[in-house]
Design a protein around this ligand. Sequence first.
Ligand SMILES: NC(=O)c1ccc[n+]([C@@H]2O[C@H](COP(=O)([O-])OP(=O)(O)OC[C@H]3O[C@@H](n4cnc5c(N)ncnc54)[C@H](OP(=O)(O)O)[C@@H]3O)[C@@H](O)[C@H]2O)c1
Length: 317
Amino acid sequence: MQHRALGDSPIEVSAIGLGSWLTYSGGVAREQTEACTRAAFDAGITFFDTANVYGRGTAERAWGEILADYPRGSYVLATKAYFAMSATDRGLSREQVHKQLDASLRRLNTDYVDLFQCHRYDESTPLEETMEALTEIVAQGKARAIGFSEWPVERIRQSLAIPGVRRFVSSQPQYSALHRDPEAEVIPLCAANGISQVVWSPLAQGVLTGKYRPGERPPQDTRAGSRDMGRFIGQFLQRATLERVQRFVAVAEAAGHTPSQLALAWVLREPNVASAIIGASRPEQVRENAAAAEIALGADTVAAIDEALAPPQTSLF
Ligand SMILES: NC(=O)c1ccc[n+]([C@@H]2O[C@H](COP(=O)([O-])OP(=O)(O)OC[C@H]3O[C@@H](n4cnc5c(N)ncnc54)[C@H](OP(=O)(O)O)[C@@H]3O)[C@@H](O)[C@H]2O)c1
């Protein structure tokens, strides 16, 4: 497994990471969570991403039990805070940063996380207060590094201009061959400031595996076919998108890779990406996806992917 530096920090993350959003927060059975996590270690994945809000603590508790079997220094553990944990607990005030991290550490069965991420920007707390609280948790040894997820570009800039506080080393955006928004501003700004991307939904929630066919109902044993896990995938299931993905599948076949591996290798072609954080409902998926870290894409394959996934041009004439 390839490892990459996490921004300007001494931390290295595996190029494929494992996340626990819809899956290990209750979407799949506990045995599957365990089988996927162990398969990740076996495949060389050492970067694990969770959040307090995933199943309101359920995902963190599951990993707290499973990861206890592995030496703490053998993996990089990331969590997040911001979203509501109760009617009164939400956001990134000083009090909430400390309270939520302490609760995460208890559930995760550890005394530090490698990376503590602000899950979103908190408009109700002054940015200075959040940055000071983040600086305090690093000074206390409860987090080794700090990151943000989906912050407005202007807020990222402002955070970097505050004197005397810890600097962010990671950004967690949605990024895939079907969702390229970070390329415009976030990636250039981060690359210039020692901040890496650790990206979410690199397979567009499984759509880039090609298993959803235009005009057909999603198979039942998939995220789109699941009542619990299928709530956020609709944006990628329009017929035109699925037709473009079938062209992408043909590019994968021609290149000798599975579509999932090609989609992950495409994300990792961007040097500012430190890790593609996958979700997995089965251990076979973990093994297939981990192998993508070894694929270096040629310029011709990248161009073929661009062409396959480009939205159809509309012409006035
Ligand atoms: N910061 C944020 O706001 C944010 C938001 C969302 C996610 N995240 C993070 O990013 C992680 C990954 O997100 P994601 O789960 O949407 O990622 P994803 O890798 O794009 O999608 C994962 C899903 O695709 C399917 N899949 C994966 N590999 C496959 C394969 N080889 N063949 C067939 N199907 C395959 C599985 O679903 P089925 O088998 O059920 O079809 C799997 O659960 C999350 O766990 C979380 O840690 C962060």
